[in-house]
Design a protein around this ligand. Structure first.
Ligand code: SF4
Length: 369
């Protein structure tokens, strides 16, 4: 059955034929704790006959979400500790986040802000709070980039987004407006030409970073929504969460990265899952993530390579955790792995004033060979 409206309860999921009726009790327990929404477009992608369906796994509640492991945290990347004002996070010197709203068109079961997003959690920023956030940005000249995040900022009205983009455009030191969103995937029809125009801040560069985890999410409608943004001069990047049972194999991940590049979307981040409550069943080992990233490097174009990153629990920031291909070796040389796993030695830089045919360099070159 094709859903006509967003599914927001276990009854909706059962009526749509996405879960059997005997799972109602278990689903309701999870949905009472964490927000539930599946848009018609994403619901249509789910194969109810496949117990391992990667789309269902991302959006249909699972009793495993009620298991809160000791290492998990309500605020895994410590937004609160870096929030000088309501709705504003200032973690890095040159950029800030504005969390305009705390709702999304769809709720991911692994969401890193799951304790903050959803109906009944935090409310949208008031006009006064947003104005205070803009004043904060205006008063700090080292803020170069403003990132709208959430919840999903594209849930806000076109009028509100246009007004905010105009206010930010008027701040000379702000050069970049970046929007993190799942709307082009979850509700592509909402990416209207009016919305696209609203996001363009005059004289600044607007980037849209779309959250997508599986190639199946890039439906014809989603691709068309992304094309509306890109054709209007808005470059797009992607962020993907590495999720056990969704995309944790090289073929699935590679297919997604290629599909993104074919849509003119540059793969940007591959996130290791944050330590949000009840998400342990999605978490891979970092070593497995590194292995996957190596496999991608070996088989796909450089355009298809995202940066594998971890937001360090506790708010110390995001760092790359991909495999290293270079290790220091003897006498200033480096040992370098190629994509097939073979090792090579790279010589040290030439010492100033030493002729290129000096014996030490010759010896290093021999070792490198
Ligand atoms: S779209 Fe982003 S903020 Fe919203 S539920 Fe998914 S991960 Fe969380």
């Amino acid at each position: 059955m094709t859903a006509q409206k967003t599914l927001r309860s276990s009854s909706d999921l059962i009526a749509a034929g996405l879960v059997p009726a005997d799972r109602r009790g278990a689903l309701e327990e999870v949905a009472a704790r964490y927000a539930l929404a599946v848009t018609p477009g994403l619901a249509a992608l789910i194969d109810p006959g496949d117990p391992r369906d990667p789309i269902a796994r991302q959006f249909i509640p699972d009793p495993a979400e009620l298991a809160w492991r000791p290492e998990e945290r309500a605020d895994p990347i410590a937004d609160e500790a870096h929030s000088p004002l309501a709705g504003l996070v200032h973690r890095y010197p040159d950029r800030v986040l504005i969390k305009l709203v705390h709702v999304c068109p769809v709720y991911c079961r692994f969401c890193f802000r799951r304790e903050m997003v959803g109906p009944g959690k935090r409310r949208a920023l008031s006009a006064a709070e947003l104005s205070a956030a803009v004043d904060y940005i205006r008063s700090r000249e080292d803020i170069w980039e403003v990132i709208l995040t959430g919840g999903d900022p594209l849930v806000a009205s076109v009028r509100r987004l246009r007004a905010l983009a105009r206010e930010l455009a008027a701040i000379a030191h702000v050069k970049i407006l970046r929007v993190h969103t799942r709307v082009p995937i979850a509700a592509p029809e909402q990416v209207t030409r009016a919305l696209v125009r609203a996001l363009k801040a005059a004289g600044k560069a607007t980037y849209v970073v779309v959250h997508v985890n599986h190639a199946r999410e890039l439906t014809a409608a989603a691709r068309a929504a992304c094309a509306r943004l890109i054709d209007a001069g808005v470059p797009m990047l992607s962020q993907t969460v590495l999720l056990k049972g969704v995309n944790d194999d090289a073929a699935t991940l590679g297919e997604l990265m290629r599909a993104l590049v074919e849509c003119r979307i540059k793969p940007y981040y591959l996130h290791h899952v944050d330590l949000a409550p009840g998400t342990g069943h999605f978490r891979t080992a970092i070593a497995d993530g590194q292995h996957l990233v190596r496999a991608l490097r070996g088989r796909l174009s450089g355009l298809c390579q995202p940066s594998y990153v971890l937001d360090i629990p506790g708010g110390a920031g995001k760092v790359p955790i991909g495999p290293s291909y270079a290790r220091p070796a003897a006498r200033g040389c480096y040992e370098i792995d190629d994509i097939n796993g073979a090792r090579h030695t790279y010589p040290p830089p030439a010492a100033p004033g030493v002729p290129a045919d000096a014996p030490a360099l010759k010896a290093a070159a021999r070792r490198a060979g």
